[in-house]
Design a protein around this ligand. Structure first.
Ligand code: SME
Length: 159
């Protein structure tokens, strides 16, 4: 049976997350591995839920103007409120889209869940149209599952 194209990337993320690593370090590691390993991931970041907003945490790529996003806005807000992964093949055709870079063509947003509670989300933009599919969803949902216990145990800002 052919292996999933992203299995090796998931293994690298899992190996990078050492037991002593706290939430911010774990998020930084995951972002770094994803950005490095997958060429079509042009911007990789993690937003954290803070009250009724999403707050930008670790990211790699061009600085985003959207460092705080109300839960009701953007593709990021939609994924958090609907508690499901959203893939957008053409961001310019989606009225929810909040532009981060004029080069971005497609986006995937994956909630980081602890049970039914949304702790944050992984947001990835690509300069390629329709860059994201089932393999990306599977990889990023698995990375979210690796991060969730760390975010729940020592959320950023908890000292
Ligand atoms: N495009 C996102 C905003 C975040 S930037 O992509 C970094 C959205 O529509 O919610």
């Amino acid at each position: 049976m052919p292996s999933d194209p992203h299995d090796a990337v998931l293994a690298k993320v899992a190996a990078a997350l050492t037991p002593a690593m706290h939430a911010v370090g774990a998020m930084e590691c995951a972002v770094a591995v994803l950005k490095q390993e997958i060429p079509h991931y042009s911007w990789v970041g993690i937003y954290l839920v803070d009250g009724d907003e999403l707050v930008l945490g670790p990211f790699l790529g061009k600085p985003s103007p959207h460092t705080r996003i109300p839960l009701g806005r953007g593709i990021c807000g939609a994924a958090a409120t609907e508690k499901r992964t959203i893939i957008v093949d053409d961001v310019n055709a989606d009225p929810r889209y909040l532009a981060c870079s004029i080069d971005t063509k497609s986006e995937i947003v994956v909630p980081i869940l602890q049970g039914t509670r949304v702790l944050g989300e992984i947001d990835i933009d690509s300069d390629k149209p329709a860059a994201f599919g089932a393999a990306d969803r599977k990889l990023l949902e698995a990375v979210g599952a690796l991060l969730a216990p760390r975010l729940a145990a020592n959320p950023p800002g908890s000292g």
